[in-house]
Design a protein around this ligand. Structure first.
Ligand code: 5RP
Length: 217
C-alpha cells in the first residue's frame, strides 16, 4: 500500500464523524484533498464547510460544496485536518503547506479535531519535521535571531507567501519534549503570527491509514 493510499483510507474513514446538516471544518494538504473528495460524495447531506486555505476553498467549491466564512458560523462540530508529525499525546506539528494560522483558528472553534494521517506521521518526539513559524515579513530577521536563542535553526521558506500575506520560517534541529510550553514561548516572540505546534489544542480523534486499514484512536 502506498503512502497516498494510506492517506486516502484515513480521509474516507473520517466521513463517519460528519453529522448530517452541519458545517464541517476543513484543513489543508494532500490528505485533506482526499477528505474533500469524500465530502463531495455526501455533499447533499451537509450544510457546507469552513475552509483553512484558499487551496481547500477552491477544491470544495469545485465539487459544489458551499464554503462559509468562519465569522458567519457560530459553532463547528468537527475540524478535519492532516499533520506533518503527531506524537502519542495527539500533539502535532503542522504547517508543511503554510496554512497553519488559519488551521489553528478553525481548529480552535471546532468541538473536535479529527486528525487524518498515514502511519509515517507518528513520532516519539516532535521536531524531526522542521517547525513552521508564520512571521510578519518585516520581523523575519528579528524572529529568526530569537528562534536561534531557543536552540533552533530557522530557515526562510523562499518564495512562499501565506494566505495572510506573511512569510514562513522553518525551524530545524528541535527535539520537542515540552510541546505546549514551546508553542506558547514561540508565540510570545513579537512578529510571530503563530507556530505550527498544535499542542495546547491537540487532536481529539486520530485516524491513521495503515496497510491493515484505518486505525482510530
Ligand atoms: C498544511 C498542513 C498539513 O496538514 C500537513 O502539511 C500535512 O500535509 P499532507 O496531508 O499533505 O501530508 O499542516 O499546512
Amino acid at each position: 500500500m502506498t503512502q497516498d493510499e494510506m492517506k486516502k483510507a484515513a480521509a474516507w474513514a473520517a466521513l463517519q464523524y460528519v453529522e448530517a446538516g452541519t458545517v464541517v471544518g476543513v484543513g489543508t494538504g494532500s490528505t485533506v484533498n482526499h477528505f474533500i473528495d469524500a465530502l463531495g460524495s455526501i455533499k447533499d447531506t451537509i450544510k457546507g464547510a469552513v475552509s483553512s486555505s484558499e487551496a481547500s476553498t477552491e477544491k470544495l467549491k469545485a465539487l459544489g460544496i458551499e464554503v462559509f466564512e468562519l465569522n458567519d458560523v457560530s459553532d463547528l462540530d468537527i475540524y478535519v485536518d492532516g499533520a506533518d508529525e503527531i506524537n502519542a499525546h495527539n500533539q502535532m506539528i503542522k504547517g508543511g503547506g503554510a496554512a497553519l494560522t488559519r488551521e489553528k483558528i478553525v481548529a480552535a472553534v471546532a468541538r473536535q479535531f479529527v486528525c487524518i494521517v498515514d502511519n509515517t506521521k507518528h513520532v516519539d518526539v516532535l521536531g524531526q519535521f522542521p517547525l513552521p513559524v508564520e512571521v510578519i515579513p518585516m520581523a523575519r530577521s528579528y524572529v529568526a535571531r530569537e528562534l536561534l536563542k531557543l536552540g533552533g535553526d530557522p530557515v526562510y521558506r523562499q518564495g512562499v507567501v501565506t494566505d495572510n500575506g506573511n512569510v514562513i520560517l522553518d525551524v530545524h534541529g528541535l527535539s520537542i519534549t515540552q510541546a505546549a510550553e514551546l508553542e506558547e514561548k514561540i508565540n510570545q516572540i513579537v512578529g510571530v503570527v503563530t507556530n505550527g505546534l498544535f499542542a495546547q489544542r491537540g487532536a481529539n480523534i486520530v485516524i491513521t491509514g495503515t496497510p491493515e486499514g484505518p486505525q482510530i484512536k
